[in-house]
Design a protein around this ligand. Sequence first.
Ligand SMILES: *[C@@H]1O[C@H](CO)[C@@H](O)[C@H](O)[C@H]1NC(C)=O
Length: 196
Amino acid sequence: MASISLFLSLLLVYWSMAMASTDQASTSFIRTSCSRTLYADLCYSSLSPYASQVGHDPVLLARFAMNVTVGSLKPLSSYIASALRRTPSSSSDQELAALKDCSELISDATDQVKKSEREVTGLEGLVGTQVTWRIGNAQTWLSAAITDENTCMDGFGDGSGGAGEDVEMEVRQKVKRAEQHSSISLALVNGLVKHR
Ligand SMILES: *[C@@H]1O[C@H](CO)[C@@H](O)[C@H](O)[C@H]1NC(C)=O
């Protein structure tokens, strides 16, 4: 009886060590992949929680990056809608228009990143031109999302005053973060080209 429970606890220790080293190998894979993006620290901190699922799979890593990006974009539409309600009535028409444009641009960007995630799903099972085609589509969707995010931020002008400026700064910061996640996703998708 005692030897069985000793055996079981040794097995458990061995198993958790094996799991820990799998995670460690994967986190260093993630760190290396992230070092090739413009925002290595943000990339690593947002993707290392998925290490055990990602393993050493560059396609999965890119897919998780895109889902993280969607996660940063999705709440922005409702955030902007509520920001519009909080915007002082003394705000200029231009400030209100910028926020409204943003709300549309951000919802487009969300769809584009989702489409991109679907393009690379199942890439492992494809060959040749199908792979190039899918990666190309994903790159196009992600670039479009980044353009939309930048257009949204540009709409806020130079920040030289105005009643709604606090709200604009907040939105701009959140969009900037989403744009960084999009840029990370694009870099990881670009990296898929040479894995094929
Ligand atoms: C990303 O999100 C989509 C939609 O929720 C889901 O189908 C997909 O499995 C997710 N991808 C990963 C890698 O978790």
